[in-house]
Design a protein around this ligand. Structure first.
Ligand SMILES: Nc1ncnc2c1ncn2[C@@H]1O[C@H](COP(=O)(O)OP(=O)(O)OP(=O)(O)O)[C@@H](O)[C@H]1O
Ligand SMILES: [Mg+2]
Length: 428
């Protein structure tokens, strides 16, 4: 039996307002959930918002460390903390109240996460795994060591080294900052030697809003950020596969999705990936699961893939959190990626990844000419097959503000329905 004032460690931790002297910033009593298991999510974006949705039916408590008031998740998690996740004291205070810390994004510096672990907090995924989602050079090196299919690649520290690699394997090349990129920022297609200087020039500037290493003590290069040169893969399509793994190693894997990225941003997914040989799909799921095992990932591991014209896939990159290419699982799988992520992070049994329909299409809603997303619902919901997820974000050009999911039996018809719905929400 559990009571509100039971003096267990867990209750004290999840009821931080209890005790003789409430802290000066104590929130009203009804803003605190009392629960035996509380998860702390760092980052207040839509992924945290959807994790919170998945936490509710399980009765889990959620605490949030958001970047600012009113972010997508801060709108729905009562009493969200607002603070800087690159500040050790802020992060430490946040983590003291939760049973496990997980993430809406991958940008928390690993030294701070090690500090949390040292203080006794479960950090999932942990810093030893997370580094392979934060650092593309480390990721390439590790996956090559595991014999996972990849494009030809090389770490380059100067434009001259980059040009030498291009001259060796042929142009064009892809250049990527090893750290700090997101949504295609930090990725360049370089057609020939003349373009080699640009990615290196960008290393001297801050790379992203969250890249701590590049802003304080000098340039990103000083902080060990390099340019990963990659063979340009003339892919026929991109795909992704999601594995979810518990601390003890139990894991589940979702069907492989086809994904459409434009300018580095996910636009659409179709699951299962149309026309993919089922035996090869199983092979892909197996190597993704092996990556999760070898890296010791806890929670969702998203493996982004590119399909060569030969049909062979190579790994593009890894993400260790619920992923845009897995949003289809909310309606399209027996257990969503968000719920399975929470289950894994709290070391609970994982749920079935079975499809709930022959075809599932997710189409992102990006900021366009329509500022009133909710005002479009009467039209969009007139199709009873369309499921809408809006993230509570203001509309800005190209910003991810929501997604729609449609389940069906025919690939083309299902894609068309999803595209029509997202286009209408965007204002097309
Ligand atoms: N070697 C390559 N050859 C051809 N295209 C590539 C290659 N690497 C990446 N791309 C293209 O660039 C996109 C962005 O690359 P990547 O996923 O590494 O960047 P990112 O900014 O980290 O993206 P994300 O938003 O997923 O974090 C890929 O989705 C793919 O379309
Ligand atoms: Mg990517």
């Amino acid at each position: 039996m559990r009571t509100r004032h039971h003096p267990s460690r867990r209750c004290e931790r999840s009821c931080r307002h209890l005790g003789t002297d409430p802290p000066p910033n104590a929130k009203p009593d009804n803003l605190h959930r009392v629960t035996d298991l509380t998860i702390g999510i760092v980052g207040g974006g839509q992924l945290a918002r959807m994790m919170n949705e998945a936490a509710t039916p399980l009765g889990l408590g959620v605490r949030l460390l958001a970047e600012a008031e009113g972010t997508s998740a801060a709108q729905v998690v009562p009493g969200a903390d607002v603070g800087d996740y690159t500040d050790a004291a802020t992060l430490g205070a946040f983590a003291r109240g939760v049973d496990a810390v997980t993430f809406d994004h991958e940008h928390v510096p690993t030294d701070l996460l090690r500090g949390l672990q040292d203080a006794g907090t479960a950090v999932r995924p942990g810093p030893d795994a997370l580094v392979y989602a934060q650092d593309k050079a480390a990721m390439r090196e590790r996956l090559t060591g595991l014999d996972i299919p990849a494009p030809a690649w090389r770490v380059t520290r100067t434009p001259e080294e980059f040009v030498a690699f291009g001259d060796e394997i042929g142009w064009p090349l892809i250049a990527k900052t090893s750290r700090g990129g997101y949504d295609g920022k930090g990725v360049w297609k370089v057609d020939g030697p003349d373009g080699a200087a640009e990615p290196f020039a960008a290393l001297g500037r801050a790379l992203g809003p969250t890249e701590r290493v590049s802003d304080a003590a000098g340039s990103a290069q000083d902080a060990g950020v390099v340019i990963v040169a990659e063979e340009f893969v003339p892919f026929t399509r991109e795909m992704s596969v999601l594995v979810v793994r518990r601390p003890g190693g139990e894991s589940v894997v979702y069907p492989v999705s086809e994904t459409v990225q434009r300018d580095g941003i996910c636009h659409e997914t179709t699951t299962p990936a149309p026309g993919l040989d089922p035996a090869y799909a199983v092979e892909i799921q197996a190597f993704a699961t092996r990556i999760a095992d070898e890296l010791g990932v806890v929670g969702v591991l998203a493996v982004e893939l590119m399909e060569r014209p030969t049909g062979e896939v190579v790994v593009n990159e890894l993400a260790m959190r619920p992923h845009n290419t897995g949003h289809w699982t909310i309606e399209g799988a027996a257990t969503s990626q968000f719920e399975n992520h929470l289950r894994a992070v709290l070391d609970l049994p994982l749920g079935s990844t079975d499809l709930t329909a022959p075809v599932v299409v997710m189409s992102n809603v990006l900021g366009g000419s329509n500022p009133d997303l909710v005002g479009s619902l009467p039209v969009v919901l007139a199709n009873p097959d369309v499921r809408v997820h809006l993230y509570g974000k203001s509309v800005k050009p190209g910003r991810k503000v929501g997604h729609v999911t449609v389940r069906g039996t025919d690939v083309a018809a299902t894609q068309e329905a999803a595209r029509a719905a997202s286009a209408h929400l965007e204002g097309a």
